[in-house]
Design a protein around this ligand. Structure first.
Ligand code: DGL
Length: 265
């Protein structure tokens, strides 16, 4: 099948439902684009796995995306973005890291210090600190990882969220009191209101918008923007499809046009 490059979908991937927060931003910014989402809920959370295991899972998803001939791939997962250099150079499709987008966004804001909440894997990688330091040398980054918030949200256990988030913010405040905190896991913006309740006065940054902007700019620069089309959303998951439908509705994305269960490879 030979589809004109600009008419191909944008691929969006995550370990679970969290990347739908990036779909939300892409839909706002690029309503004419078709989106193909893969959420690997059968294997979520990724953040507590080994690097080798995560890369194996990621390469299966990238193979799927390239078979479907997407024109660009949004890694709507911070944990996976920390391993960008391990998989992106070998692929022929342009791949966009949410951690890079978030670090650039922080640099543009001219902050005095910043907080970060994220998975253990993302925290241990030190990538946020490195990318922020490259652009803002010496800017303090206070990090507090969260062992199970991504899986709690992926399994829809919302009753556990307030205590979990409060404890996460207490761990962060034990290190410093930044006015701005990056939601460094794409699952966390689903419960941004709980973070705001746990830390009044703090501004929580959702990097999804910055990543969607990066993709829009790249498509525009390369003449690949889709026009005069109602963008569709196809959601594929290794987990329970009904949960993805509910999350799409919760985030105001609306019903996916196609929703199917599939295990990779
Ligand atoms: N949404 C993923 C992230 O941004 C969650 C990772 C996980 O599965 O632990 O890091």
């Amino acid at each position: 099948m030979n589809v004109k490059r600009s008419d191909r979908p944008i691929g969006v991937l995550d370990s679970g439902v969290g990347g739908l927060t990036v779909v939300q931003s892409l839909k706002e910014l690029l309503p004419e684009e078709d989106l193909l989402y893969f959420g690997d809920s059968a294997n979520c959370p990724y953040g507590n796995r080994t690097k080798e295991n995560i890369l194996e899972l990621m390469n299966n998803i990238l193979d799927f995306m390239e078979e479907r001939q997407v024109k660009a791939i949004a890694v709507a997962c911070n944990t996976l973005s920390t391993l960008y250099d391990e998989y992106a150079p070998a692929r022929h499709t342009p791949i966009f890291s949410i951690v890079q987008a978030a670090a650039n966004d922080v640099a543009r804001r001219n902050l005095k210090e910043v907080g970060l909440v994220c998975t253990e894997f993302t925290a241990n990688s030190g990538l946020y600190e490195k990318l922020i330091d490259e652009q803002c040398p010496g800017l303090p980054v206070y990090t507090a990882s969260n062992h199970n918030l991504a899986s709690t949200l992926d399994q829809g256990r919302f009753a556990e969220v307030p205590d979990n988030v409060r404890a996460n913010m207490q761990r962060l405040f034990a290190k410093g009191h930044p006015d701005y905190v990056i939601l460094g896991c794409t699952h966390y913006p689903i419960v941004k209101d709980e973070f705001e309740k746990a830390a009044p006065g703090v501004t929580f940054l959702n990097p999804a918008h910055a990543q969607a902007e990066d993709i829009k700019n790249w498509l525009a620069e390369n003449g690949l923007l889709r026009q005069d089309h109602r963008g569709s959303l196809e959601v594929v998951t290794s987990g329970e499809p009904h949960f993805y439908r509910e999350m799409c509705l919760r985030l105001g994305i609306g019903e996916p046009d196609l929703l199917e269960q599939k295990s990779l490879p």
